[in-house]
Ligand binder design. Structure first.
Ligand code: SAH
Length: 228
């Protein structure tokens, strides 16, 4: 049997490409992310009562990678990129049905012109199609006794330093509010693929309309420059 789902909304986020997006929600909370509902769902009635919840589940489509299909075994970054686990034991984007599920903080519900939700902690690419929104219900869904398999606990974080050139560029008046904090939180997650460790290699991460160049040596990421 085939089921057809249509998006009920679309994500607007500073993450313009997959590289650099946090690997799970809530690891980076400095990103300003919105979810714009699409007609005919963008009516205040459809979200009545939602603003009383602090967190929501977002069901979405991994639209940028869905053409790549799936494999029964995947290599999670948390296992160093070598060890394999089953696709259903992972949060891999390459799944038989390319559906993602993220628990995010609901900062606001705006119903003045259509419906827009303000979210924090999202791990979502700009343009991501959203298929459903559900309120998070703490008394059933918060399980402190739960066991986290191979991802029991948060990943280690890098220190982040700024070169003099990058510090000077931070003074540009048109940078989005909170840009420096966003860069620091994103780089602290160590966006490199698991198998790469070359302190001279220069990487670039797209945030808003900027390309942030950086290097990583040991446990320290250094921001080199901010390109437009
Ligand atoms: N919390 C979700 C996603 C985990 S994977 C879940 O568990 O289902 C997180 C990764 O999804 C991010 O690092 C980013 O690289 C990727 N991602 C986010 N939005 C995407 C999209 N629209 N298409 C493809 N990959 C996406």
């Amino acid at each position: 049997m085939t089921y057809l789902f249509e998006p009920i909304g679309v994500i607007r986020s500073p993450y313009r490409e997959k590289f650099g997006i946090p690997r799970q929600p809530s690891l980076v909370n400095a990103a300003r992310v919105t979810l714009e509902l699409l007609p005919p769902y963008n009516q205040p009635d459809a979200v009545r009562g939602l603003s009383e919840f602090s967190h929501v589940w977002i069901s979405f489509v991994f639209h940028q990678t869905m053409d790549r299909g799936w494999q029964p075994l995947v290599r999670p970054p948390r296992l160093g990129g070598n060890a394999k686990v089953g696709v259903f034991a992972s949060r891999s984007t390459h799944r038989p049905n390319p559906l993602g599920l993220s628990l995010v903080e609901l900062k606001g519900v705006n119903t003045v012109n259509g419906v827009t939700l303000e979210l924090a902690g999202a791990d979502l690419l700009d343009g991501t199609p959203v298929v459903d929104i559900k309120p998070y219900i703490p008394f059933v869904e918060s399980r402190p006794e739960a066991v986290g398999g191979f991802v029991d606990g948060p990943p280690p974080q890098l220190r982040v330093e700024w070169s003099d050139a990058a510090l000077a560029q931070l003074r540009q008046p048109d940078l989005p509010p909170g840009f420096a904090l966003l860069v620091e939180q994103v780089l602290a997650q160590d966006p490199r693929p698991a198998y790469q460790d070359d302190p001279e290699r220069v990487y670039g991460v797209s945030l808003h309309c900027y390309n942030v160049k950086f290097k990583i040596g040991g446990d320290c990421a250094t921001v080199l420059e901010i390109l437009q």
